[in-house]
Design a protein around this ligand. Structure first.
Ligand code: RUQ
Ligand code: CUA
Length: 671
């Protein structure tokens, strides 16, 4: 008992300190905590009775009680891990505490999000506009794979990247303020999948073309598929100081018109290389309006597809030496050059591969074939030896295809529909089984391990597991402890909510000999696909408030249009009107804006408060404007008033007792 309360006290202290730092009545919080602790010091026998009676009343099994105790976080206690999960079709990123599975935030990423004012303020509109395709600003994304920035193969808690599969875009999120700062549109292809995967020092963010098209998705008839259509692998250069992807230093490697699926960066032994699954080596494009087999048949004819292997460090040198071609403003290494320079290889892979995952030591690549019950494990050393020994034949495009037997280390039969693999701290691997709806646990092999490459057990999932995510399971030092199944349609797990079913995250304890299911969590926004889980203490740089009043979160620097209190004003130049506005509890100044129909208006709004909970909103009715101004932030919004009328604007966060009075009138006189 005393150990338990000691632990609780330590956590409580953390909470009291937090509150104190926030300037919130620490004494009040402490009184509440004291009461809770006293209430907690019960006799063991009382505890037993209490548990017994609750369990009986609610029909809980001992396993249920254990799971509840392992996941419950007392009020105010923080989770040990944060899960950054894709929000799927919502185009957002979900931030979830583990083990409590509480949603902490949805980060607006590729789509407008009103609470955060994302896609409403001028600067966030500009972020969405950067991601325009053929001049169209998009209102959706198919977000798949979040990738946390890494230093020496470990998560460093500074940046997060995520891909939009549908439109081949990558977004950059700053983990100081959890806001999206940049969206880049791939100039070489229109759909991606193998992204966003980072190299061990976040030198590059890998992004692989999924469906082949002519370069830069120009027009060419399907009959010219083999000649005109191409795949590619893009390496986006990340500039940490600028906090942005630098397209000027990014490049692609041209690939045959096969389709690239999931990818992973080499690390440790395989540093400098990357691996991607490649399917549809049959080059099926469906019926083409004629008698050809449909894609799902045409693309499943051959027994083997390929693992694409690229030496990105070499590719970087080749681009530096000027051997790439400019394609739509970004360098692309032609296939012929990539082959000549020895930076591009393919290794046969069993039928329709999906996931490719590099083991923590970088020595092996685990590949799952959707239509093969095995995972195939390739040895990086053997791949290198096969290259050195010239054990390859060119494919139709001259790309060397290495001898399968020479590269394979092992195959392990796991079950039906293996997709994705994660790793723990005990030399075990976990692979999702989509068709079997479960997660297989198996033992890695290699030098000095006699009983390796062996299935251990399987835990069922509800249902159709896609990706899985283990604590820091993509890094050189996986933590073990927790594993999450990212399952597809939750048929019967939750109360019905109509025909569109939520997805289901299932939290599993993998610390013991048996895998134990702890928690079911419905995801109500889209199909998440993938997530990464980071130790919360690695996120060291999170800001409570912006560093100073008048902060521009896009530039992460003081804003040029910040307004100090008392300096609010309205400037008119012809029909261009600029409003320098401040917000502070419980006033928006100015509280009157006098306009004429047809005026072009820009409001620069500064939240001059620096208290942690002093966020203000700003809604302008009828103008599609909703902003969120966090403490210290300056944000701007521009619009044209084309209709005469009376528009009461107001703060949209219930910030104070006089919040409803935090408003003003914008009057637009008829022209
Ligand atoms: S993919 S599970 Cu992007 Cu495997 Cu969906
Ligand atoms: Cu500020 Cu309500």
């Amino acid at each position: 008992m005393s150990n338990v309360s000691g632990f609780a006290e330590e956590r409580v202290n953390r909470r009291t300190m937090m509150k104190g730092a926030a300037g919130v009545t620490a004494a009040g919080a402490a009184i509440g905590i004291g009461a809770r602790l006293n209430g907690g010091s019960v006799q063991a026998s009382d505890l037993e009775d209490m548990v017994q009676s609750i369990a009986e009343e609610r029909g809980l099994t001992p396993q249920d009680i254990k799971a509840a105790l392992k996941t419950y976080m007392p009020s105010g206690v923080h989770d040990d891990y944060l899960l950054f999960a894709s929000g799927g079709h919502s185009g957002q990123v979900l931030v979830i505490g583990v083990p409590s599975m509480r949603i902490l935030k949805l980060i607006a990423t590729f789509t407008p999000e009103p609470w955060q004012g994302f896609g409403f303020s001028d600067d966030t509109k500009a972020v969405l506009a950067e991601g325009a395709v053929d001049g169209k600003v998009l209102g959706y994304a198919d977000t798949h794979h979040p990738g946390l920035s890494e230093t020496e193969g470990e998560y460093d808690g500074e940046w997060l990247f995520i891909n939009d599969k549908a439109n081949a875009r990558i977004a950059v999120i700053d983990l100081r303020d959890f806001e999206t700062k940049q969206i880049v549109k791939n100039p070489h292809y229109i759909s991606n999948h193998g992204g966003a995967f980072v190299t061990p020092n976040t030198e590059y963010i890998i992004d692989g073309c999924q469906y082949a098209t002519p370069k830069s998705w120009g027009y060419a008839p399907l009959e010219s598929y083999a000649d005109e259509y191409r795949g590619a692998m893009t390496f986006w250069k990340f500039d940490r100081d600028a906090g942005r992807i630098d397209p000027a230093k990014s490049f692609s490697v041209e690939l045959p018109p096969y389709w690239n699926d999931l990818a992973d960066a080499g690390k440790g032994a395989s540093m400098g290389w990357m691996f991607s699954n490649t399917f549809n080596t049959e080059m099926s494009y469906g019926t083409g309006g004629g008698d050809l087999p449909p894609v799902e048949v045409g693309a499943s004819q051959r027994d083997m597809d390929y693992l694409t292997v690229i030496n990105w460090q070499k590719a970087e040198e080749v681009v530096g030496a000027g051997k790439a071609e400019d394609v739509s403003g970004m360098p692309m290494i032609p296939m012929t050059v990539a082959v000549e320079e020895g930076l591009l290889y393919q290794v046969p892979e069993p039928k329709s591969p999906h996931g490719a995952d590099v083991t923590p030591d970088g020595k092996y690549i685990v590949v799952s074939g959707k239509l093969d019950p095995h995972v195939t494990i390739y040895s990086f050393e053997k791949i290198q030896k096969a290259i050195a020994d010239g054990k390859f034949e060119p494919d139709a495009y001259g790309v060397p295809v290495l001898d399968f037997e020479s590269c394979v280390e092992a195959q392990v039969e796991l079950g039906l529909g293996p997709l994705h693999t994660q790793f723990d701290d005990k030399g075990l691997a976990y692979t999702s089984l989509f068709l079997d709806s479960g997660i297989a646990r198996w033992k890695l092999g290699g030098e000095g391990i006699d009983d390796g490459w062996k299935l251990i057990d399987m835990i069922p999932q509800q249902y159709n597991t896609g990706h899985i995510c283990a604590a820091e399971g993509d890094t050189v030092t996986p933590n073990g402890k927790y594993l999450i199944g990212l399952n597809k349609w939750a048929l019967d797990r939750f109360h019905p909510v109509g025909p569109l079913l939520p997805q289901n995250f299932q939290l599993i304890d993998i610390s013991g000999d048996e895998m134990e299911l702890l928690y079911d969590m419905p995801i109500g926004v889209g199909e998440p696909h993938y997530a990464q889980m980071i130790r919360s203490d690695r996120l060291k740089n999170i800001w409570d408030v912006y560093p100073e009043t008048g902060w521009d979160p896009q530039k992460q620097a003081p804003s040029e249009v910040a307004t100090q209190i008392g300096k609010e004003r309205i400037e008119r130049d012809g029909n261009n009107v600029t409003v320098y506005m401040t917000s502070i509890r419980s006033t928006i100044r100015p509280d009157f804006i006098d306009l004429k129909q047809g005026d072009n208006v820009t409001i620069h709004l500064t939240n001059v408060e620096m208290a942690m909970d002093a966020t203000h909103g700003f809604a302008m009715p009828g103008q599609n404007i909703q902003l969120s101004i966090e403490p210290g932030e300056t944000t701007s919004v521009s619009f044209v008033v084309d209709t005469a009328g009376t528009y009461p604007y107001y703060c949209t966060e219930f910030c104070s007792a006089l919040h409803l009075e935090m408003m003003g009138y914008m009057l637009v006189a008829p022209a």
